[in-house]
Design a protein around this ligand. Structure first.
Ligand code: MTE
Length: 310
């Protein structure tokens, strides 16, 4: 690989430690490097591309990140751990037709086409900050539906306590899934009350267009007060369950990536501080806000020790 890259901060320590063995046993050097190394957060385009409305900002007055940066700098391990590669590698990823199965502890399980889902439910626009666990952030203008609306339609039973989301498994189209180093498919989870919160979206678009493949087309989760890894891309299955699901990153390193993953400047990641972040497109760093600035979710965690349930 011509470009010299620094280690990817989201890659768990265990993976680094097993790297030598891993290199000998599973992969050639270049393919291993592609999985285990990626770009550090970088300042990309400082100004929005032509045609981007310049007045768009979040409720705190932060301007939206340029479409070019949102679509050009992505985390999508099914394609690559290098943040610039998914744009090209996912370009031909087939996202239509696409069905999502919703089942488990519900009274009305459904299998629904994303195209129907967009007709059936109220499509809304929301500008949210997204804070990656790696300490970079963006401000993204999403469109999508409230997850709550879909959950109301399938009617969770009283036994349902959590939601388990499963991404697609398609190694023919997703080169990263040919490496068994990762516990594919990508899985995430939320507590039912988090999933029902008015901020929680199932997103289908950015900047008024359908999601680009590298951003998780055709449908992904967006939970703005949690680290970005909770916002699972290319969802195929949503199950209401009784027990807390084990997420992809928990399975890799539960010490580093907890179930709750609420943005919290006071709880450092074992390998770096979470006190500040780099907003892509800006120079310098800014303070990270508790719950990423979405104080209205604080009451979901009353009585919990957020350094234990991190
Ligand atoms: N979903 C899937 N299926 N695969 C992934 O690798 N990466 C996560 C999350 N969702 C990821 C995923 C991480 S680490 C982040 S920060 C966000 O997606 C990034 O979203 P973006 O690439 O659209 O900015």
């Amino acid at each position: 690989m011509a470009e010299k890259r620094k280690p990817d901060v989201i890659t768990p320590q265990e993976l680094y430690q097993s790297r030598r063995k891993f290199l000998k046993t599973s992969l050639t050097y270049s393919s291993a490097a592609a999985l285990l190394a990626a770009c550090q957060p970088a300042t990309l385009t400082p100004t929005p591309p032509a045609g981007t409305p310049s007045s768009m900002s979040d409720e705190l007055g932060n301007p939206t990140t340029s479409e070019e940066d949102i679509t050009g700098f992505t985390n999508y391990y099914e394609f690559s751990s290098n943040k610039k590669q998914p744009t090209e590698l996912a370009a031909d990823f087939v996202t239509q037709p696409w069905t999502v199965q919703i089942g488990g502890l519900v009274k009305k399980p459904q299998e629904i086409l994303v195209s129907d889902l967009k007709q059936q439910f109220n499509l809304i626009d929301r500008i949210y900050r997204m804070r990656c666990v790696e300490a970079w952030s963006m401000v993204i203008p999403w469109s999508g539906i409230l997850l709550k609306d879909l959950l109301d339609a399938v009617q969770p039973t009283t036994a349902a306590k959590y939601i388990r989301f499963e991404g697609t498994f398609d190694p023919d189209q997703m080169p990263g899934q040919n490496y068994s180093t990762y516990p594919w498919p990508y899985v995430e989870g939320l507590r039912l009350d988090e999933a029902m919160h008015d901020l929680t979206l199932l997103a289908t678009g950015i900047y008024g267009k359908d999601l680009a493949p590298q951003n998780g087309a055709p449908i992904r989760l967006v939970v703005p007060w949690k680290y970005g890894f909770k916002s699972i891309k290319a969802i195929k299955k949503i199950d209401l369950v009784e027990e807390m699901p084990t997420s992809f990153w928990m399975a890799l390193s539960s010490r580093e990536y907890g179930f709750y993953a609420n943005v919290n400047p006071n709880v450092p990641h074992p390998r770096w501080s979470q006190a500040s972040e780099q907003r892509i497109g800006e120079t310098g760093r800014r303070d990270t806000l508790l719950f990423n600035g979405y104080d209205e979710v604080a009451n979901l965690y009353t009585g919990m020790d957020l350094s234990v349930d991190f």
